[in-house]
Design a binder for this molecule. Structure first.
Ligand SMILES: Cc1cc2nc3c(=O)[nH]c(=O)nc-3n(C[C@H](O)[C@H](O)[C@H](O)COP(=O)(O)OP(=O)(O)OC[C@H]3O[C@@H](n4cnc5c(N)ncnc54)[C@H](O)[C@@H]3O)c2cc1C
Ligand code: FES
Ligand code: FES
Length: 479
């Protein structure tokens, strides 16, 4: 039983390596390519960044990912680029040359990761051929940490190298497309099995036959079991090749995202219809994490501080679940039962999430409160869908994360706000009802008192944001 992939343009066939070995360990320890480094083994530092190339010649995508979180079979059929594949003899890739010429490296530990993140930026369809603005560079490098150089020379190198259009030929390993490696439906080694179904029914059968299997999507949560805890994963069912789970639908009245759609692929449509939601998604982890992580994984993980569930609840999103017994639908708000406990039945998985499109007269906003802007988990997430007419709130759907054991609707708050005048003072008065909805916990991220205060005071931000007010606050924030 073999697993095939291309690395720097060369085909590799793997046998007898357990599927819980990370892609990073395989690349470093088995292939002896030690450019990609292990810094944190949890997706935070970017030292392990490699690039996945996909698609036909002329339309290739190049995406930076954290090899520490990918398991080896995530590379099933993939086209992987590491820093060793960029230079052509003595001819450095423009990113490497810019980093070297601009003193963007000192000890060099982080450098291959930065180079690969910038290589993906330079080859990325959304960026090439234009001015690289500081926001784009920031976004591309938010997942890479350097302890010695300081970021200015690295950012300068990014602007220098990525401001020009990369040609399809550039880079020996990654430039042109070659016949894709053959992906396998099943890989087994060391008493562990990795199943990679390609259709919905096949996935349902696999799960029915292996009810205790781990469902694996991008692996940005689950991958930690392999990367950090070195756990054996007896049976894993990967969603990444299931055609139905990769579908994106743009219908007249809703968007629908298959559970295995990555954040990166979901962003264009979400950004078009719900810019505030897209701003939040761009703060999930880093570009590497968003290239791997999925909305389905964020829902399936059922964390009380997952960023998308409060938004999906406020937007009245509907989940499609699937099993061998057939489909089942439910409002997403009913899915989260208790701390990390969901309504998924044995043998069932998330197929897709359907998000209604914005209606006239409604506004949607979401705010993430965390200690850092980038690469940080939320202390509180507030999501608000408000309809205002004739100077009053006609309808309100409000949900929070970080305030309870599950992402949850703020029903008392919704009732208090509905019908109130659309004025800052009236809204802040109604916001006091947040205290009836939640009794948050204190933990290392935030105290209960802080969480409650923030959840109430986000209404000031909401009002000012929607009404466009920029004069000083004329209401007292609620302490
Ligand atoms: C460095 C870093 C930063 C992060 N930052 C954030 C952040 O800012 N905000 C945030 O919300 N999260 C964050 N995360 C967590 C993670 O990226 C998200 O939860 C992501 O959406 C998980 O998606 P995935 O595809 O990687 O899921 P996986 O890790 O593959 O799976 C996650 C869980 O969902 C289940 N699952 C996956 N697909 C299905 C399905 N189709 N049906 C049923 N169950 C399924 C899995 O069994 C598993 O329990 C971060 C993670 C890392 C490592
Ligand atoms: S080793 Fe730090 S992100 Fe992978
Ligand atoms: S150059 Fe030393 S960590 Fe970045």
């Amino acid at each position: 039983m073999t697993l095939e992939f291309h690395l720097n343009g060369r085909r590799h066939a793997v046998r007898d390596v357990p599927p819980n070995v990370t892609a990073l360990d395989y690349i470093r320890e088995h292939l002896r390519l030690t450019g990609a480094k292990e810094g944190c083994a949890e997706g935070d530092c970017g030292a392990c960044t490699v690039v996945l190339a996909a698609g036909p010649e002329g339309g290739r995508t190049f995406r930076a990912v954290n090899a520490c979180l990918l398991t080896l079979p995530h590379l099933n059929g993939a086209d992987v680029l590491t820093v060793e594949g960029l230079a052509d003899g003595d001819g450095l890739d423009p990113v490497q040359a810019a980093m070297a010429d601009g003193d963007g490296t000192q000890c060099g530990y982080c450098t291959p990761g930065f180079v690969m993140a910038l290589y993906a930026l330079r080859r990325g369809p959304e960026e090439i051929g234009g001015e690289i603005d500081p926001e784009t560079v920031h976004d591309a490098l938010a997942g890479n940490l350097c302890r010695c150089t300081g970021y200015r020379p690295i950012v300068d190198a990014a602007v220098k190298a990525c401001g020009e259009k990369a040609s399809e030929e550039a880079g020996p390993g990654g430039g042109s497309a070659h016949a894709p490696a053959r992906a396998t439906d099943r890989y087994e080694a060391g008493g562990q099995a990795f199943l990679s179904p390609t259709g919905l029914d096949e996935m349902a059968e696999a799960l029915a036959d292996n009810p205790d299997a781990y469902i694996l999507a991008g692996g940005t949560d689950l991958g930690l079991l392999a990367a950090k805890e070195r756990q054996k994963l007896p049976v894993v069912i990967h969603t990444g090749r299931v055609a139905e789970l990769l579908e994106i639908r743009d219908e007249p009245d809703h968007l629908e995202f298959g559970a295995a759609v990555t954040y990166t692929d979901a962003l264009p449509l979400i950004g078009r219809d719900y810019p505030s939601f897209a701003t939040l998604i761009k703060r999930i982890g880093s570009r590497q994490i968003r290239n791997m992580g999925t909305i389905g994984g964020n829902i399936g993980n059922a964390s009380p501080i997952g960023d998308t569930p409060p938004c999906l609840i406020a937007l009245d999103a509907v989940l499609s679940l699937h099993s061998r017994d057939g489909p089942r639908r439910m409002p997403i708000e009913d899915f989260f039962l208790d701390y990390r406990k969901t309504d998924l039945r044995p043998g069932e998985f998330i197929r897709s999430v359907r998000i209604p499109k914005p209606k006239a007269g409604e506004a949607f906003r979401t705010y993430k409160i965390s200690k850092r802007y980038d690469q940080d988990i939320s202390s509180v997430i507030g999501a608000y869908r408000i309809a205002v007419a004739d100077g009053a709130v006609r309808d309100a759907r409000i949900a929070y994360g970080g305030m309870a054991a599950t992402p949850k609707r703020a029903r008392a708050c919704e009732a208090a706000i509905t019908g109130s005048a659309w004025r800052e003072d009236a809204l802040m008065e109604a916001a006091r009802a947040v205290d009836e909805d939640f009794e948050p916990l204190s933990d290392h991220r935030a105290s209960a008192a802080y969480r409650s205060m923030v959840a109430r005071n986000l209404f000031a931000r909401l009002w000012r944001d929607i009404s466009g007010a920029d004069e000083p606050l004329d209401v007292a924030l609620i302490r």
